[in-house]
Design a protein around this ligand. Structure first.
Ligand code: TYM
Length: 334
């Protein structure tokens, strides 16, 4: 089976972008691939965070992933800081990656904003930790949303350079394939059709959280920014209408249909008709996930046990690869 790795940050609530862009794909791969899914708490401390909340958020995200259909019997589910490889391999790969490569990372530029003095060094080297996550398990494929594409290219560049410099030209690390697929690889904000839906957007109205109840979902969808025109009857008519396109795309993803199908049904209708239909569909789809989430979240002991077992299984894969890597760069091993 092809080995797959993917990660998600325990910052803020899981939202519809994470769900449709990543988690739905993860769930679908559990039988066909050897899957490692990781709550990346080490990535979560690259931005200012509250230490009192991080552990709780790590558990909560674990509960949300389980509620969405990740099955610890069929996939390895664990948190990053519990497996020592991630930090150790990051150092080695930091000495392989080039400053110029990191300078080109757009997410760092966006997240640091104008505040170079205030941005942590970890925020800058974030993509190297991400490369270690993937390469440290010799993962062959990485299902992600569109926004992670550049980071994946960097991970491939690091693997290529490592293989050349220390791998004797062999595939010491296989080059990980990005899998950017599924119903919605880039879900946009409900307030701005040109910005991605994100945990860090200060406006709660910009995203549908996996924990929102039916009322909250309906309210957010009804308040979503749109233009005043009716929906077109074909996808080509969505050009230049990012908000309309996003809502149609969300509807299609939730319903398991194409944009064209959705427009066949709603073409010619205004948002007064489309928004309530979308709100209802979203609430209906998320209700069972939310209900399971609430149950799972309450049992901290069970969540900790799942993570502990996942970490042990992950470590069993990572430790020998890390050992080989240390030998390859010339560290003295007893
Ligand atoms: P994170 O936590 O920001 O997001 C988790 C996953 O959700 C996807 N995603 C979206 N997809 C579609 N539309 C959106 N609006 C949207 N927002 C988020 C992301 O693409 C991602 O797949 N650096 C990563 C976590 C990570 C990782 C890794 C991923 C750490 N190590 C190794 C893959 C492999 C991140 O911050 O994702």
């Amino acid at each position: 089976k092809t080995r797959v790795f993917s990660g998600i940050q325990p910052t803020g609530n899981l939202h519809l972008g994470n769900y449709l862009g990543a988690i739905v794909n993860w769930v679908a791969m559990q039988d066909t691939h050897e899957c490692l899914f990781c709550v990346v708490d080490m990535h979560a401390i690259t931005m200012r965070h509250d230490p009192k909340q991080l552990a709780a958020q790590t558990r909560e995200l674990t509960a949300a992933l389980l509620a969405s259909g990740i099955d610890p019997q069929r996939a390895i589910l664990f948190h990053q800081s519990a497996v020592p490889m991630h930090a150790q391999l990051t150092w080695i790969l930091s000495c392989v990656a080039r400053v110029g490569w990191l300078d080109r990372m757009t997410q760092y530029k966006d997240k640091k904003g104008k505040d170079r003095e205030g941005a942590s060094v970890g925020l800058y080297t974030y993509p190297i930790l991400m490369a270690a996550d993937i390469l440290g398990y010799r993962a062959q494929a990485v299902p992600v949303g569109e926004d992670q594409k550049q980071h994946l290219e960097l991970a491939r560049d690091i693997a290529i350079r490592f293989n050349q410099d220390f791998g004797g030209g062999e595939d010491f690390f296989p080059l990980p394939e990005p899998l950017i697929q599924g119903p919605a690889t880039r879900v946009m904000s409900l307030r701005d059709g040109t910005a991605k839906m994100s945990k860090s957007d200060p406006s709660d109205m910009s995203r549908i959280a996996m924990t929102d109840d039916a009322d909250a979902i309906m309210r957010k969808v009804k308040k979503a920014k749109t233009d005043a025109d009716a929906l077109p009857s074909e996808p080509a008519g969505l050009a230049g209408r990012p908000e309309a396109k996003n809502l149609v795309n969300i509807y299609a993803a939730l319903a398991g249909k194409t944009d064209a199908d959705v427009l066949k049904e709603f073409g010619g209708q205004g948002f007064g008709v489309f928004k309530p239909a979308l709100g209802e569909l979203a609430a209906e789809t998320l209700a069972p996930v939310t209900a399971r989430f609430r149950e799972l979240k309450a049992d901290k002991g069970a969540l900790d046990r799942i993570l502990r077992e996942g970490a042990a299984r992950a470590d069993a894969i990572a430790a020998p690869i890390l050992e080989e890597t240390k030998r390859a760069v010339g560290f003295l091993r007893g």
